[in-house]
Design a binder for this molecule. Structure first.
Ligand SMILES: [Zn+2]
Length: 351
């Protein structure tokens, strides 16, 4: 269900037309597009290697917001009143003011050549010329009547580009790829993928019938009895709001808050297992959804009884918990094929 976006950026070459000038006056556009000789002034093209960025180089503007595409290459990121709007990358504030079509708007020019636009703010917290870091709070989200959202856009050379070429609106993460931006006319940019996306590829084509639920995770607490407490799963840690993926194909049978589990997802798989994913900051699937192994189903958090952001992962058969390391190798992040029988219809768990 989530795969349709994954291939988008691999094959797509987009020619995008300008629309920013319909939103900003000429003077405002001039303020935004202060000449930067490293961009299209000297070269007809530049590349950005998003795959090389570190976690601290990037932030989704509203990490717990729900993002959906608007009609004009903009993204509405809906959240709750008083939430903080964060700069996507480091850069310099080119504009911070109130204009009629946006309300309070901020434009940040980033060192990588992109510009990001954050509109509909209740309050701007930075001013033109300020240097900002990725993840820095730059505004308070605006709205009314219980609906609060940031009107967000990404621009290159003054043109809005499709933000899904850079980020996944579902997982909020950067696509790990290198993009080439070429100037085709004064307000047009052509975008092509030079390399990637590697993360998504490795989690779809290669894995097929299974997927390790949290790529790159370390075990911070194993299954079983320790210190008088019985642990019904394994605790896997990477970083906050990381992508949690379905371990196998299956159907979501629970997606809600549940006591100490916090935000919990349970998926029933055809191979005889049921898997639990708990403490999520956000569940991205609902009861009845059919998922494929590798689909992003939630983001890591610390809801429920948790002292740090992590994934509490369980494997159950008929409701009884078994050690997940029977099925997954947590060091190599691979499946233990010996725990399964191959049948005509796929793999079933050995009893
Ligand atoms: Zn746990």
């Amino acid at each position: 269900m989530k795969r349709r976006h994954l291939f988008l950026s691999m094959v797509l070459t987009l020619t995008l037309s300008a629309c920013a000038q319909t939103k900003f006056t000429a003077l405002e556009q001039q303020q935004i597009s202060i000449q930067d000789p490293t961009l299209f002034e000297q070269y007809e093209a530049f590349t950005v290697d998003f795959g090389a960025m570190r976690d601290k180089d990037y932030s989704f503007p509203l990490p717990v917001g729900k993002a959906k595409m608007g009609t004009d290459n903009n993204v509405e990121i809906e959240t709750t009143k008083g939430d903080a709007v964060k700069a996507m990358f480091g850069g310099v504030v080119r504009l911070s003011k109130s204009i009629s079509s946006f309300g309070n708007v901020i434009v940040v020019r980033h060192d990588n050549g992109l510009e990001t636009v954050y509109g509909n703010n209740a309050e701007n917290l930075v001013k033109s010329g300020d240097h900002v870091k990725a993840g820095q709070t730059i505004a308070i989200v605006g709205g009314s009547n219980g609906r609060y959202y940031c009107d967000f856009a990404i621009m290159v050379n003054g043109s809005r580009i499709n933000p899904e070429t850079i980020i996944s609106l579902e997982s909020h993460r950067l696509r790990k790829q290198t993009l080439l931006y070429e100037k085709t006319s004064s307000w047009k940019v052509k975008i092509s993928v030079l390399r990637g996306p590697r993360l998504e590829e490795s989690n779809t084509a290669a894995s097929q019938w299974w997927c390790y639920p949290l790529a790159g995770a370390k075990v911070i607490s194993g299954y079983g009895r320790r210190g008088g407490r019985s642990h019904s799963g394994v605790d896997l840690k990477t970083k906050p709001n990381d992508e949690i993926r379905a371990a196998f194909d299956g159907e979501v049978v629970f997606s809600a808050k549940y006591a100490g589990y916090g935000n919990l997802i349970r998926i029933l798989h055809g191979n005889g297992l049921e898997t639990y994913y708990s403490h999520n900051s956000k569940n991205l699937v609902k009861v009845g959804d059919k998922v494929k192994a590798g689909d992003v189903i939630a983001l890591t958090g610390r809801t429920g009884r948790a002292t740090t952001e992590h994934l509490h992962f369980e494997t159950r058969i008929n409701g009884k918990a078994y050690d997940p390391s029977r099925y997954f190798d947590h060091q190599k992040h691979t499946i233990r094929e010996k725990a399964f029988h191959k049948t005509r219809n796929g793999y079933v768990v050995k009893r």
